[in-house]
Design a protein around this ligand. Structure first.
Ligand SMILES: [Cu+2]
Length: 502
């Protein structure tokens, strides 16, 4: 099943192992299931980082030249809490099919990447270990504390899990993991479409010349889209994709903006462009009921890369559901020529169910108001820019990324793993000094940046928000760079190169 390749990317001190699953993602019997066809796992405890290359040795170079797919979450997750009653100790399942089950049997498939979480619920020191897979959590003693381990279930059969503290296994803290042959009921998914905006989908530079009159049309479209490969969500979009279309004009141009709200919408929608000088950035004049059209005109006075978004109450709800995009007001003379330009935006979704569940997710206003998103994504969905539309370039190319944060709430520490930004237009401010040699640049909610760098070494680079907990909630994008090795710049031991040891 997990047949193809493995790859390593070093994130701080963690070594992650990536394998691709060519089959369909299996369906969950556990608390949650992975939603993609590729799985990333922390190296099994006890394995040295470097040696933790997948048991299934890669048969092809580890870079996603073909059908790259990524899922930064384990294939299957289980959570156990500890219980003490009448002198007996036990694990009790939390969530999903094992909720409330004492010492539940945990079904997984061979090759699954299993995340096992232990929540201390009795204030007595415990852990949970799975010796068959050389896995175990830390010991946690205080009530409410937790520890997590991740391992690959690489052997079929039954594997015991238990608490390794003296006497606890005998007192009842023992269960089993059954590897292989899991088939769970299929939850029905509504018909859905991809709402992912291809990061290559942006117009070229605005033509030089005198200021122009530019017509721009935006349409609010509500549709059921794929939030992850087996999860759907009712998105609200500009023109059917997230983010909305990349609008590109030149400073001094006048924009005649037509805003249409699709007749099938249920909501009023509008648009507020940060590039506009005037009340509400256009939002006042574009509050548009379903089936109607409004328009306004503005002159672009200030060059820069600006966020636009829906500004209909509850505004954060509309933004979170997908209503954001970028408008680039090019400075006179434009920007320098590069080989590739990409359009990437970060956003958050507040779903009623926790991250990684199969089926249809609904919106949670409570989570929105608490600013506790379940999903954080680039270009609208989990896997949008890893699985569906990875960015591609070649060694020697120069790359420019127009990066914005729709939000609505979370500031991004934008970073590319394995690269350094040669140039950053901080906060996308045109005319300010360009910063050079930047590792991570902060992009606020409702803000943007422009970064540029040259590619010297082939391999796969990963765009992240360096608040890396968010990687666990879907926030990653791939830039796949093909071309000749460059051992002078990057060279591993034993002849390993960027394309193989990755
Ligand atoms: Cu809206």
């Amino acid at each position: 099943m997990k047949s193809t390749t493995g790859a390593l990317a070093i994130l701080g001190s963690l070594v992650w192992v990536l394998t691709w699953d060519t089959g369909l993602t299996r369906l969950g019997a556990g608390e949650t299931r992975a939603t993609g066809h590729q799985h990333m796992a922390q190296s099994a405890p006890g394995g040295s980082g470097k040696a933790s290359a997948p048991a299934q040795a890669p048969s092809t170079p580890g870079v996603s030249r073909r059908s790259p797919a990524a899922e930064y979450t384990p294939t299957v997750r289980y959570r156990l809490r500890t219980e003490l009653a009448e002198g007996k100790m036990a694990f009790v399942g939390v969530g999903g099919a094992i909720e409330g089950v004492v010492n539940p049997t945990l079904p997984v498939n061979q090759g699954d990447v299993v995340q096992l979480s232990l929540v201390n619920n009795d204030g007595i020191e415990h852990d949970v270990v799975v010796p068959d897979f050389k896995a175990g959590t830390d010991r946690v003693a205080r009530k409410g504390a937790s520890s997590v381990t991740v391992f690959r279930a690489d052997k079929a059969g039954d594997a015991a899990y238990f608490c390794s503290l003296p006497g606890h296994r005998q007192a009842g803290m023992e269960g089993k993991i059954v590897v292989g042959g899991v088939r769970a009921p299929v939850a029905a998914l509504p018909p859905s479409v991809s709402i992912v905006r291809d990061p290559m989908d942006l117009p070229g530079p605005a033509a030089p010349g005198p200021p122009r009159m530019v017509n721009v049309e935006l349409e609010a479209i509500e549709l059921v889209g794929r939030l992850a490969s087996e999860t759907t969500y009712n998105y609200w979009t500009f023109n059917g994709k997230v983010p909305g279309p990349f609008l590109r004009i030149r400073v001094g141009d006048t924009v005649e903006l037509t805003f249409k709200n699709n007749a099938r919408s249920r909501m009023i929608h509008s648009v507020d462009l940060h590039a506009v000088t005037g009340p509400g950035g256009g939002a006042v004049m574009t509050q548009t009921p379903p089936g109607e059209t409004k328009s306004f005109r503005f002159k672009a006075l200030n060059p820069g890369l600006y966020v636009y978004h829906c500004a209909t109450p509850m505004v954060a709800n509309h933004i979170s559901s997908g209503m954001y995009g970028l408008i680039f007001v090019e400075p006179a003379g434009g920007l320098s020529k590069v080989d590739h330009e990409f359009y990437v935006m970060q956003g958050e979704l507040y779903t009623d169910r926790s991250f990684g569940q199969r089926g249809h997710d609904e919106f949670s206003v409570e989570k929105l108001l608490a600013e506790r998103p379940e999903y954080l994504v680039f270009n609208g969905a989990v896997g949008a820019l890893t699985n569906e539309h990875p960015m591609k370039a070649r060694v020697g190319d120069t790359v420019r990324i127009y990066f914005g944060v729709g939000g609505p709430n979370i500031t991004s520490s934008f970073h590319v793993i394995g690269e350094i930004f040669d140039r950053v237009f901080g906060e996308a401010a045109m005319g300010s000094p360009i910063r050079t040699n930047v590792q991570t640049t902060m992009v606020p909610a409702g803000g943007a940046t422009i970064v540029e760098f040259k590619l010297e070494v082939p391999g796969r680079y990963i765009l992240v928000d360096h608040s890396l907990s968010r990687l666990e909630r879907g926030l990653a994008a791939f830039l796949v760079v093909d071309g000749p090795e460059n051992p002078e710049v990057f060279h591993g031991p034993n002849g390993a190169t960027s394309m193989k040891g990755h």
